[in-house]
Design a protein around this ligand. Sequence first.
Ligand code: ZN
Ligand code: CU
Length: 490
Amino acid sequence: MASVDLVIRNARILDGTGAALREGDVAVVGGRINAVGAVGDVDAATTIDAAGAVLSPGFVDVHTHDDGALLRHPDLAFKLSQGCTSLVVGNCGFSAAPAVPGERDPSKLLGVTATWSDLTGYAAAVAGARPACNAVALVGHNTVRRLVLGLERRAPTAAELDRMRAEVRLAMAQGACGFSTGLIYEPGRYSETDELIVLAREAAEAGGLYATHLRNEGDRLLDAVEEALTIGREAGLPVQISHHKSAGARNWGKVGASLERIDRANAEGLDVTADVYPYTAGSGPMAQYFNLDRLDPDLAAVIRFASCPALRELEGRNCVDVAAEWAVPPTEVIRRVLTAERGADTICIQVIIDEADVETNLRHPRMMVGSDGIVDLGGRPHPRLFGTFPRVLGHYVRERNVLGLADAVRRMTSLSCDRFGLVDRGRVVEGAWADLVLFDDATIADRATYDEPKRESDGIRLVCVNGEIAYRDGAHTGVGAGRMLMFSPR
Ligand code: ZN
Ligand code: CU
């Protein structure tokens, strides 16, 4: 009798390609899928009866800020409990590498002090932490620009641009899957399109992609999409529009026009995809969204505090409620928080997105899922950190019927792996790495809310990473089988 490490029997298999469910078994040997279909008598170290639950490739969170969490929280409970097995880090222009050893991440997003200078050093640190999930890295423009120019509000000199190019080239040579920007953030917003084209060419030469938090997601969304397309065209590489949205009530509905533009670009020969998180609120470092000289009252009115080291009692509260209690306008609350000691470390949640736009995004066949979760487990993070993938499958697939189950899984698995160069992952086929999730499609649901954001989801029965059982029936096994993946162009 053949012997295998693991066999999962009586599953309804979704192979990740978008093909329909089919019943069968999956056997795993040496971290890889060894057989799919009817697996006969085998001598298995572990046998799992799926009892009709859905077995699919593990989900890929294509938009994360888990660069620091891979080291600080290597159990990655908030990702594993959603069925995620691989993470793309380095988004929004902020990456852990390159860095100055001994310096704390200046972005306020990653929460980690570098012991490395480049991606190879960072990857070694991650490997040493034995993370629960796999990860692949983007190299971030904000990070590279800050390293070379600090927060200077000007174009780089020729010598500075050369240094930035060299950093991007080195990261790509060390396994980065592309170049990311966050053009609303410091210092990325001081850059012109030409600078970005030059840097994106370095990623293009290595076969990587351009992932962008657009320069504007509100009044000038369409101009910002145009800039991203220009960079894709001029630098010659695929474009990923991060957390696609139209922000602010007066802009709601614009995602339709933006997606039409993206469709047209694809028809014209560019290669453009996007990702979305299934919530109507964003989240990020509050200091980046406000100008203290003219605080935006509309934005202040929709702010909620996630992490607030300056005033912990504000965590989980809405700015307008605090303003009423303090008998001051909401903008004054923002001012007091931002000017307090450690005020710059505040992470806020901003309710700025239309529900109908979330559904429009999720319907699009080139739309992936990315949580954009920000990992500060001490505060009250946006619930997307814990709930994103089960929320798509429970709320938007089962309850709202916005997209089909097989298509949703395709866009959480094979599409994402193909896009970000994760080879031999994202499909339930013989020979692929055994990154797998077993879930109950009738009960899968997110339980994390804005008030209770750290609740793990329902309906995830089993998660395997590289063939090892990492999560089973609500329990984290702590195996730490994740790897830092090196990008391979397809
Ligand atoms: Zn972003
Ligand atoms: Cu982001």
